[in-house]
Design a protein around this ligand. Sequence first.
Ligand code: FAD
Length: 321
Amino acid sequence: MSKKVLVLAETREGSLRNVSFEAIAAGKMIADGGEVISVLIGNGITDVVNELVAYGADRVITVEDAKLEQYSSDGFSQALLAVIEQENPEGIVMGHTSLGKDLSPKLASRLNSGLVSDVTAIEADGDSPKFIRPIYSGKAFEKKVIKDGLTFITIRPNNIPALEKEDGRSGDVSSVSVDITDLRTIIKEVVRKATDGVDLSEAKVIVAGGRGVKSEDGFKPLKELADLLGGAVGASRGACDADYCDYSLQIGQTGKVVTPDLYIACGISGAIQHMAGMSNSKVIVAINKDPEANIFKVADYGIVGDLFDVVPLLIEEFKKV
Ligand code: FAD
């Protein structure tokens, strides 16, 4: 049965995040031939609406206000609620990102509706779509079916492929005006940590280091390899706790969840909490001097050896390509 589905787009510094396009693809599966409407909330954001249409949105609704320049729970809730009230959808999809993790339970509880979070795949074969999500820190997966009523769905970034971009596709664009009131928090300034290179959560290649890297300096060859492959550097909590790198690089249950095309784990033992954040990567390469290390259980390619010998060899080889 076809459905009307709202899909929340996410921007960062004026550009759409990839998860916005993946959410449209998820919305299409849920809508089953029904309408998929992208909702874009912010200030001065209309430049990107055509991109949402090109990636499959049938319509785009914008909510613009100076008070929506930065994400706030109160502001974005009011904006999205106004669109929900106007459109009366059956499903609302957003990324399982910091924003989605904050907004979806808040609104689901406010509207007394369902929520399926952290969805990594959707089976849509004509019946009610089945939502697949990891449980027990990724040790198992469960399949959920929604009976009826409004449901919020958050999708894990980098798992549901976006549709092919179709430039020149047409779709209606309209706006909803909302009087944003009673904001309990106002962001006055955003101080960004200087980052060099690729955003870890969207990187296609990640070279991650663990306690085996042994020092801050030990991360230098990993960074060189990541740069060479156009990727980003990540870390285990072991490496962060040991102060070899910043916690913003932590991957795992209490860090970032990543699904790059290639994940190179260097000196990481493969604790369940680390694997919860990376085991869905497409190809995993593990470098560890302990042949019994747990990480080899999820690795597609395992190299038993000292990372300080292996990583320079990889750098040398990739430089030839
Ligand atoms: P270790 O377990 O010490 O492993 C180091 C590895 O390096 C070993 O396998 C060793 O053989 C290898 N090694 C050493 N030297 C070399 C060398 N020269 N060359 C090659 N290999 C070498 N962890 C996370 O990563 N992310 C999380 O989000 C996370 N959340 C957690 C949440 C909770 C509630 C708890 C309790 C724990 C959490 N942890 C998390 C911690 C997790 O349990 C592990 O302690 C941590 O992942 C271990 O990090 P590690 O693999 O770098 O270190």
